[in-house]
Design a protein around this ligand. Structure first.
Ligand SMILES: Nc1ncnc2c1ncn2[C@@H]1O[C@H](COP(=O)(O)OP(=O)(O)OP(=O)(O)O)[C@@H](O)[C@H]1O
Length: 285
């Protein structure tokens, strides 16, 4: 669905994306993580054709996003981190925007909005930030575009809204759809994403399916001093230490996104070697 090769993007003199390669397929929910300012939003905006890279090849649903071809634009929806909604009622918003998306479902939109508990009556400007976000998420899901890009979608949602968000995303993910969610709120995505991307210094530091990560790494609480000291990563918690170690039997186990992120970014060599080693073994066998 998305192929990116040797991509470079700068804002004037500030280099943000530097030689990035990436391949994203339909049928997956990708979690895009990275420190503040690493370029997650920039990357999503390049994919959506809102920013134009200075170098590299990029194909999104067989189109070059910078051409902003209508055939591509009607197949993707992006929820930006910061957004503007016009001062109209929800019904008007839908009437003005839905015609751009051929697979838009009004029933689905109404049902999402009802699940989120947002009343139909008010104009958008009179709604709170969280309510507006719920309207935008409902609209995005109801567009049924093959590609859905979301930048910090759970920011501003209340606790029930976050739970509802997870439920709605899980319910609308299909084999034909590719969903990319950029977030720092990793707890909101637990058990939802099936492929993890970590961006660092303009490139992908980690690009692995969740299932492969949980076969290579083990996440657990330990009280064993030696185990804690030799772990790939450890952090103290109220009940023992949360640790990440290599997974001795290769069986899929519990998965902790926050611990994974901390382990990968603080012990790159140790953690990434486990994945490279598997690539070498797979190539040899
Ligand atoms: N319009 C702009 N003009 C100049 N520099 C920008 C602009 N937008 C972003 N940047 C810079 O580009 C870099 C990447 O920004 P971007 O918003 O893509 O990062 P991010 O990973 O999404 O960050 P965050 O996690 O804080 O949302 C940052 O250093 C930022 O200061």
């Amino acid at each position: 669905m998305i192929t990116i090769e040797d991509l470079y993007f700068s804002y004037r003199r500030k280099k943000v994306i530097c030689g990035l390669n990436l391949r994203l397929e339909a049928g997956h929910i990708y979690g895009l993580m990275g420190a503040n300012g690493t370029g997650k939003s920039t990357l999503l905006r390049c994919i959506a054709g809102l920013l134009f890279p200075e170098h590299g090849r990029m194909k999104v649903l067989s189109h070059r996003p910078k051409e902003r071809h209508p055939a591509l634009l009607r197949q993707l929806f992006i929820i930006p981190e910061e957004f503007y909604l016009p001062d109209v009622r929800i019904g008007q918003f839908v009437r003005y925007n839905a015609p751009f998306y051929p697979s838009f479902s009004k029933e689905q939109f109404d049902s999402c909005l009802e699940d989120f508990g947002v009343p139909y009556g008010n104009t958008l400007l009179k709604m709170s930030y969280g309510q507006k976000k719920k309207v935008l998420i409902s609209f995005a899901l109801a567009c049924n575009t093959p590609l859905l890009l979301m930048d910090e979608p759970t920011n501003g949602l209340d606790i029930t809204g976050k739970r509802q968000f997870r439920k709605l995303i899980a319910g609308t993910a299909t084999d034909e759809r590719c969903i990319v969610i950029s977030t720092h709120q990793v707890k909101d995505l637990d058990n939802l994403i099936d492929h993890i991307l970590i961006l660092e210094e303009g490139r992908m530091l980690l690009d692995e399916p969740a299932e492969r990560i949980s076969r290579r790494l083990q996440f657990k609480i330990s009280f064993d001093r030696e185990e804690i000291e030799t772990a790939l990563y450890s952090e103290d918690s109220l009940k023992g230490s949360a640790i990440v170690t290599s997974n001795p039997d290769g069986q899929e186990g519990q998965f902790d996104l926050e611990l994974l992120y901390n382990a990968v970014t603080s012990n790159k060599e140790g953690v990434l070697a486990l994945f490279n080693e598997e690539i070498i073994q797979e190539t040899l066998s």
